[in-house]
Ligand binder design. Structure first.
Ligand code: ADP
Ligand code: MG
Length: 380
């Protein structure tokens, strides 16, 4: 069963209704699959385009029973579902990725241990479970540092910059004493990421490395090809392959890296899913990260990941909306730019509403064009 292909016409289950799920559904529909989304929120970005949405909590036993009965394979777009849910589903249905793989990436403490066990370097850190851990944690780092909750953080949420021991204590208390990691703040040369697919035969295929520009802890732009040395690029790919292999991962995963000013490569975090920094693959690669997820979970051969053009992806956050919606003609007037909106109604600050990709002869030209569009978007 494990090695047979799940062919078009079959039904894929997607746990999670966000934009990553939406773009997965669109890719699956192109290939002729049916998709059922499991998501508690009504009218979700993924549910809008799927064949059906089961509106239920991720751990609703009745919904899960129906879900596994009706799906040929189940995958996810979201790491914060209880790993036990994947475990239970896997008793009666094919599920990729596994509960074990998810479990290693949901908690920053477990994740950093795992990164070290791969022989890779996590960002220097200390663990704070109770107030009495603060002193030991401080010894592991140099200030300034960032206190991050071990679980449920995303887009920079749950992170507080701290400059001295007193601020660590205050930040820990303001996190309601939830388990935390105290991370040294790295003097960054740049950030890069690798999106990688691994199949049930243990083969891997990576996408071109993306260089990621963040603003306020949220991805702003991804630039491809990334402007990094070849040996850094090679090390990042080897690291991603190693991580995927050690997780016995099946599906698509992303590894975020920091490149320090001294030229060291540190693993920031692992996302057991497609990734915002891989959105460029829809418009600029032979195969998108979402089609690759369909292919790997259905046990089809990989699609080629070749980059067809330099590209810059720019995120559209809710902040841009203000009084009126952004002026989309600025994107449409750029004939080699592609607009993607996620079907979300409420535009809140920091909420990912969409993105656009700008293709050009060079990454530099794409970046200039993307920035010029961006400046026009909320100029009205
Ligand atoms: P999230 O789960 O929110 O993506 P990250 O740990 O990746 O959390 O942090 C988001 C961004 O904040 C990073 O991509 C980076 O730009 C910045 N950041 C986080 N931790 C550090 C650090 N230790 N040193 C420097 N920058 C950091
Ligand atoms: Mg991150």
């Amino acid at each position: 069963m494990m090695n047979s292909m799940i062919l078009p016409g079959a039904t894929i289950g997607m746990i999670g209704g966000g934009q990553l799920g939406r773009m997965f559904v669109i890719a699956a529909k192109y290939l002729g699959y049916k998709v059922i989304v499991l998501e508690p929120g009504n009218d979700s970005p993924a549910g809008q385009v799927a064949d059906e949405q089961l509106v239920a909590a991720y751990d609703d036993p009745q919904a899960l029973a129906e879900f596994s009965r009706r799906c040929d394979v189940i995958t996810t777009e979201f790491e914060n579902i209880p790993a036990s849910v994947l475990d239970d589903l896997s008793q009666s249905c094919l599920v990729h990725p596994s509960a074990e793989a998810l479990g290693k990436t949901q908690d920053r403490i477990v994740e950093k241990d795992f990164i070290s066990s791969c022989g890779l370097l996590p960002v220097p850190y200390g663990v704070i479970r109770t107030r009495s851990d603060v002193e030991t944690a401080i010894e592991a780092i140099e200030f300034p540092a960032i206190l991050k909750t071990a679980r449920f953080g995303y887009d920079g949420k749950g992170q507080i910059t701290v400059n001295n021991p007193d601020e660590v204590v205050a930040a820990f208390q303001s996190h309601q004493s939830a388990e935390c990691v105290l991370e040294q703040r790295i003097d960054l040369h740049c950030e890069i990421s690798v999106v990688i697919a691994r199949n049930a035969h243990g083969e891997t295929e990576t996408f071109p490395i993306s260089e990621n520009i963040h603003r306020d802890g949220i991805l702003f732009q991804s630039i491809v090809p990334a402007r990094v040395d070849e040996d850094i690029a090679r090390s990042a790919i080897v690291a991603a392959e190693h991580i995927a292999r050690k997780l016995e991962y099946v599906g698509v995963l992303a590894v975020e890296f920091f490149v320090t000013r001294q030229g060291q490569l540190l693993v920031n975090e692992i996302a057991p899913r497609t990734h915002n920094s891989g959105h460029y693959t829809i418009d600029a690669c032979i195969t998108s990260q979402f089609e690759q997820q369909v292919r790997t979970v259905c046990n089809l051969p990989f699609g080629a990941t070749t980059l067809l053009s330099p590209v810059v992806m720019t995120n559209l956050l809710g902040d841009l909306w203000g009084e009126s919606r952004p002026d989309w003609t600025k994107v449409f007037d750029s004939s080699a730019s592609k607009l993607h909106l996620y079907g979300k109604d409420a535009a809140k600050p920091g909420r990912k509403m969409g993105h656009y990709c700008t293709l050009a002869d060079s990454a530099k030209a794409a970046e200039a064009e993307a920035i010029s569009i961006f400046k026009g978007l909320n100029a009205s």
